[in-house]
Write a protein that binds this ligand. Sequence first.
Ligand code: AMP
Ligand code: GLY
Length: 439
Amino acid sequence: MKVLVIGKGGREHSLCWRLNQSPTVWGLYCTGGSPGINQVAKPVDIAPDDFAGLVRFAAAEKIDLTIVGPEAPLAGGIVDQFERAGLTIFGPSQAAAQLESSKAFAKLVMREAGVPTADFATFDDADAARRYVKSLGRPCVVKADGLAMGKGVTVCASADAALAAVADAMETRRFGAAGARVVIEEMLRGEELSFFALCDGAGAVALGCAQDHKAVFDGDRGPNTGGMGAYTPVPRYGAEFEERVMHEVVRPTLTAMAARGNPFRGVMFAGLMVDGDRIKVLEYNVRFGDPECEALMMRFDGDLAETLLAIAQGRAREVAIRLSSRTAATVVLTAGGYPGDYARGTPIAGLERIDGVEPSEAKVRWAMEKTRVKVFHAGTATRDGALVTDGGRVLAVTALAEGLERAVTAAYEAAGMIRFDGMHYRRDVGARALGHMPA
Ligand code: AMP
Ligand code: GLY
């Protein structure tokens, strides 16, 4: 089949890399492309928000399956436009994508579905929001309703901080129209986990759990980012836990969405807060996580294209997910300054030491241990034939090995071979699960 991938970050590179290994794929295209993606897919020079152009391309090229990476085209209705043109596409409709694009909608669906989540209230009026904050008298979380590039959530230890967050979102409009409405909810404690299920509108199969590392600095300090590292599987959260999440979260959500007339197809990414025996949903996303996807794709066994095609065609029942029992760990290398301002165009050195033929002690050991290392390009470009940085998150260095300790060690060995000015990465990916840091 011929497959088109929308998006060009590390997540999409890992999808393209895995799709390129599908025996059934003989044509692979990716919007924008990147120096990494272009090694396995043909770049297509059409913007991800040019839906009419993408539909024309997919129809003319007889694309059998289109896979959408980022949330913005989904929230914009790309799936509706493809389906209207009779094209097969993996992802939720615009109405179903509201699970991510509107936090108020997501909370409403959780309530209808009986999915456990933090207590909350929704406000269109700043004064009413302030009265609510004052009446709470305990820490809370203020969330801009709409898409805010992952920055619309403020965890507030005090009422004063919450009042400031309300003013910021609703009056200063720091997140634009996304903050006109806010959700204010109870602050939860526990361990955060990313859970992924492939859904066909009526049924679903679990893809698995991953642990993200959101804060920019070690020890979960500093501002939140898109994600600085990930690993999968997550010790202590095995098959039994997955079945519980399918039962308590994914299936009830699917039922509620279908009852609303908005069946959910695509990846359901539930952001969970787990505290002892209790699982609560922090949020839904309607796409693969980044960098969780890079780690999951490293473990994915089987034909990814056939799997996603079956899901898109409503055949989840026929899908059996197989993941390697080994552990994948991803360490994200970022440009200095990210998630704030950062430079682009900085030369990157050392990748050939990992991907190329140059021998090294580490590579010999990886070969002996059957450890695999793959560097996914998140934000890179080519300038005058040389590889340069072209984003905040630059490379997602991923290793697959026997156990978390080996996977993390290999990912850090590979990261240590790469250099660019200002390069930053967290040194503690996996540390909590390895018992190197307090829970
Ligand atoms: P969200 O986009 O809703 O996942 O929020 C972003 C981050 O804010 C989450 O990954 C959590 O770290 C934090 N967060 C969101 N909601 C809550 C909550 N109710 N209690 C504690 N932390 C939260
Ligand atoms: N890594 C979290 C996300 O993709 O939203």
